[in-house]
Design a protein. Structure first.
Length: 340
């Protein structure tokens, strides 16, 4: 008995060790791949850098003039009312992007049609149709968060950014500057969101704040900002607003970033893995299982091994850009249930 249990224990330890090696391999594998991709990029840039920059400048020179003219027109129309212009760009434009995207998704969620969209459901048996009482409750909280939390915060940020730089300057930032700032915003958001999100999963905080967002184990788009107001400030707003604030970004870059962040979180909550759109499998799995996949990009989850269970699932196999029309739940079906 004792020898048997020791063998089992040893076997368990071996399996755990193997698992650790596998996980280390996973991380090492990712680093090697990332180094290879970045290295190849640098080599290519070194080889064709001059002609690439020339073509980019030619392209941007032409379209850059177009955007500058558009911005100048808008700028002059507001005749120095910078705060109004700022509010339009950081509140109205992102809200239109959010409700435009979610309006379309809600039509599908509520009606369960058209079937050529609903066949792409990540959790095929859920929200078919969506519970209207639960949906209405979520929408009220979302509107509250946007009007009474995001609104005043954005106003405060205007004063902070004005002190930091000139967010509504008549001159648009260069293409390269805009691109660099967006990249910084993505990194800042990943860091801030991952750690604040994990903090909200601490039992002491979870039951008071984050439990509300997790009422939806099969999320839909609008649920992306269905959260307790405290969580909305700490985990949704701060990770997104901090990047532009630190960089002293131009209003146009900030506005574009907010729209991108809102559309991205909507897609990762929407519950449909549609062709040619980013995969929602990662965050959908977080809603399904609670203790995996805390980040946005997944880099920090790999580092902290909070995606180890996810990486063994069918959802992980489906976590890719769908480039065909066959739903991934059909091409990579769940394991058939064992016959009784
Ligand atoms: Zn979520
Ligand atoms: Zn969570």
């Amino acid at each position: 008995m004792a020898a048997g249990s020791r063998r089992r224990k040893n076997g368990g330890e071996e399996a755990a060790a193997m698992n650790r090696v596998k996980q280390d391999g996973g991380l090492w594998d990712s680093i090697t791949k990332a180094t290879f991709i970045v290295g190849s990029g640098v080599l290519l840039l070194a080889a064709f850098g001059n002609s690439l920059t020339w073509h980019l400048q030619r392209f941007w020179g032409a379209s850059g003039d177009f955007w500058q003219t558009l911005w100048t027109k808008l700028y002059l129309q507001f005749q120095g009312h910078d705060s109004a212009l700022f509010y339009l760009g950081t509140m109205l434009a992102p809200m239109l992007a959010f409700w435009g995207t979610n309006g379309l998704l809600l039509l599908v969620d509520v009606t369960g049609r058209p079937s050529f969209i609903t066949r792409y459901r990540v959790q095929p048996d859920k929200n078919s149709p969506v519970d209207q009482g639960k949906l209405w409750h979520a929408i009220k909280q979302v509107v509250f968060n946007q009007v009474f939390v995001s609104g005043p915060m954005v106003m405060g940020i205007y004063h902070l950014t004005s002190w930091r730089g000139e967010p509504c300057s008549p001159q648009l930032p260069s293409f390269q500057r805009g691109l660099m700032e967006l990249a910084v915003c993505v990194v800042v958001e990943e860091l801030m969101f991952y750690y604040s999100h994990r903090l909200f999963h601490h039992p002491g905080l979870y039951k008071h704040f984050h439990k509300q967002h997790h009422e939806w184990t099969a999320p839909i788009g609008v649920v992306s900002i269905y959260a307790h107001p405290v969580e909305h400030v700490m985990s949704n707003m701060l990770p997104a607003v901090l990047g532009p604030l630190l960089l002293g970004s131009h209003l146009t870059t900030t506005s574009l970033w907010y729209c991108m962040a809102l559309i991205s979180t909507t897609v990762s909550h929407c519950g449909y893995h549609l062709p040619f759109l980013p995969s929602p499998e990662f965050h959908d799995f977080h809603h399904l299982k609670f203790t995996q996949c805390f980040g946005v990009l997944g880099v920090l989850d790999r580092l902290h091994r909070t995606d180890d269970k996810f990486r063994l699932t069918k959802q992980y196999e489906r976590h890719t850009l769908l480039t065909g029309l066959t739903p991934l739940t059909e091409s990579i079906p769940d394991q058939p249930k064992k016959l009784q």
